[in-house]
Design a protein around this ligand. Structure first.
Ligand code: HEC
Length: 135
């Protein structure tokens, strides 16, 4: 009799644990689909591309802007809504001199595809630029 009840207890706690684990897993999935934090790898790829494509020459080493290009770290966006997709679009299109908001800047911005050919790298660069900004 004693033996039977302890087996019953073990199996009940086993079920309890299973329920707890699956509850945790589903909470995590929900959080991930709301906002996926960029991986270290993506940010490293994007940071490398920022240097390789010479974005820093106009936007500064830390993205805070120079006389040649605007600050990318603030919450103010001139040509995009600041989403990763919006940033990617403006990077791909570039900004011609006619479209520039601040005409005191000496050059427009060339399309990123002049410098980088690989979609995954361009996407990582957009994620990296997004990570610099406050919104
Ligand atoms: C020759 C200088 C120059 C280089 C190099 C350059 N940019 Fe720009 N960038 C600009 C200018 C100028 C603007 C538009 C500023 C304006 O409208 O007054 C701009 C705008 C942007 C914007 C839109 C900002 C906003 O507020 O909407 C993003 C994003 C951006 N650049 C990212 C990049 C990235 C990433 C690279 C590297 C691939 C890069 N830029 C290289 C000069 C440059």
């Amino acid at each position: 009799m004693r033996r039977t009840s302890s087996i019953w207890l073990v199996s009940v706690s086993g079920v309890g644990l299973g329920v707890m684990l699956s509850a945790c897993a589903s909470t995590q999935e929900g959080a991930e689909s709301a906002a996926i934090p960029p991986s270290e790898e993506t940010l490293a790829l994007g940071a490398g591309a920022y240097r390789q494509a010479m974005c820093f020459k106009c936007h500064g080493d830390d993205g805070r802007g120079t006389a040649r290009g605007p600050d990318l770290t603030d919450s103010e966006w001139l040509h995009t809504n600041g989403s990763v997709a919006g940033i990617e679009t403006v990077m791909r299109q570039g900004v011609s001199k006619e479209k520039m908001k601040d005409s005191s800047r000496p050059f427009g911005m060339n399309p990123v595809t002049n410098m980088i050919n690989d979609d995954a790298t361009i996407e990582a660069l957009a994620v990296y630029v997004k990570s610099l900004s406050t919104s």
